[in-house]
Structures are given as C-alpha cells and as structure tokens.
Write a protein that binds this ligand. Structure first.
Ligand SMILES: [Fe+2]
Ligand SMILES: [Fe+2]
Length: 267
C-alpha cells in the first residue's frame, strides 16, 4: 500500500501535493493561471512544447510512483512500467531539445501538476492504470494525432514527425494497461470496483477544477471555448491499443456521432 498522502485543496477538491520542481518552474493550480494559447504563433509553439515536455515529466513521475507504491504488483507489470519510465524520460528529453532548438527554455511558462494530483491519491494499481494509462494517455493518443496535423499545417515537419514517434510509444503504454486490466478483471471482480472508484474520483476533481463559463487564462484565451478545440477520438490508434469496439462506440457517441455508431454497429 502507498504511504499516507499529503494533500492540498483546490476549489474545494482534494488533490495530492505537487511533486518537487526545480526553482525555474512556476507551479500553478488552475487552468486560468496557465499561458495556453489558441494559435500557432511562435510563442504558442514554444508554449505547446513546454507544456508537453512538462506533461511527459509528470507521466514519468506518476509511473515511477506506481512501481514504488505497489511493490507487490506482478513482476511482468512492473517491468512494463519500468519500460514506460524509460520512454517517458526519452519523450521529456526529446521535447526539451526541440524547445531549446526553437529558442525556448525550461520554466518559460507556468506548469500545473493536475495528473499527478489525481493519480497519486488512488490507492490501487487498477485505479491508477485506468486513470493514467487508459484515460490520460488514451486521451494523449487523440491529441497527438491532432498535433501531427497542426505542426504539419504550420510547415514544421520536424516537430510533426516527433509527435508521430511519441504516439507510437503511447499506443504501447495504453495497450499494456488495457491488457493487464482485462486480465485482472477476469481473475478478480474487485478490479472493476477499483477502476470505477478511480474514474469517479477523476470525474469529481475534473468537475471541481473545470473553468467557469467565460473564464479566461493568463494570456486572455477563453477557457470554455479553448477546452472544446476539436480533439476527436483517434480510432485507428485506440484499436491498436486494444480498446474494444464497444468502448470506441461509446467515445464516438460522446462526440456526437451516435448515428454513425449505430449504422456501423448494425449487421
Ligand atoms: Fe509519453
Ligand atoms: Fe506514455
């Protein structure tokens, strides 16, 4: 079992305290304090790389904590998590290098440790795999597919190729979590309860921290519009990561494609 957790309260929600950060970083607690731009200007490009680099750092910390906190987990799963740590380290370094190539620097923009704050509260391996790999990294697969197109459209084919390479690794991370969760659920029905409690906690915290209508961030971007930029389900890569047809159908329904889903599901 993990050690007792140190928590903080943000907008009424309990989150785990932030991980240690070098002094160059400004750590904030709400989306409104970030500098996420909604275009592809030079500063926005650097900010996107910086946010992504920090997200990869955070993923490394979350996965390393899974190994440290659940030392009784099956050896093969711990090996998969250790391999993932290596991937996330590489991802952080690749993005840091690209950020510097583009004139940026570590700590240039504020950062937020939302994923860490949620996952470190979860006291079972199934809950952490469901929230971190299946939900956060599953979502990252959708985002990365979109990013390949955005960087290509900005004529930055080098960064577009980096996004495509990172996506290939993310598919592996989501796939091993999906496989392990399915097997664990077959062996022990309690796994599903643990997954459900993890997803429920994520939902509660996400709702508590969600921007209010019309709220703008530190660079004046309207957050309720910004969070609805088109990030659609990356069906092909999610299939590779072994999401089932029923799970993909549910995601597509959530995006307003129910008629399409019904027609493809009918015999
Ligand atoms: Fe990654
Ligand atoms: Fe990953």
């Amino acid at each position: 079992m993990p050690a007792p957790v140190e928590t903080k309260t943000v907008r009424g929600a309990t989150l785990h305290c932030d991980p240690a950060r070098e002094e160059c970083f400004t750590v904030v607690e709400l989306h409104k304090d970030l500098c996420d731009y909604d275009d592809m200007s030079e500063i926005s490009q650097r900010q996107r790389l910086h946010r992504h680099m920090h997200n990869e750092m955070q993923t490394l910390e979350i996965v390393a904590a899974m190994i440290a906190d659940f030392q009784d987990a099956p050896w093969e799963l711990r090996m998969q998590l250790a391999r993932q740590c290596w991937d996330e380290t590489r991802h952080s370094a690749i993005l840091y290098r690209r950020l510097r190539d583009m004139g940026g620097r570590k700590g240039e923009f504020p950062v937020m440790n939302y994923e860490w704050g949620v996952t470190k509260l979860l006291n079972s391996m199934p809950a952490r795999l469901a929230v971190q790999q299946r939900t956060f990294e599953g979502g990252e697969m959708d985002l990365l597919r979109q990013q390949v197109g955005m960087w290509s459209a900005a004529n930055d084919f080098e960064t577009a190729a980096l996004m495509d390479a990172l996506l290939a690794d993310e598919v592996q991370h989501v796939r091993f979590a999906n496989r392990w969760l399915k097997q664990a659920a077959r062996e022990n029905a309690r796994t599903l309860l643990q997954v459900a409690s993890g997803v429920q906690l994520l939902k509660m915290i996400t709702e508590a921290l969600a921007p209010e209508p019309g709220e703008v961030n530190a660079v004046g971007v309207n957050l309720t519009e910004f969070t609805h930029v088109e990030v659609l389900t990356n069906v092909d890569d999610r299939k590779l990561a072994e999401f089932t047809d029923a799970e993909l159908a549910q995601l597509l329904r959530n995006e307003g494609f129910s008629s399409l889903v019904q027609s493809t599901e009918s015999p």
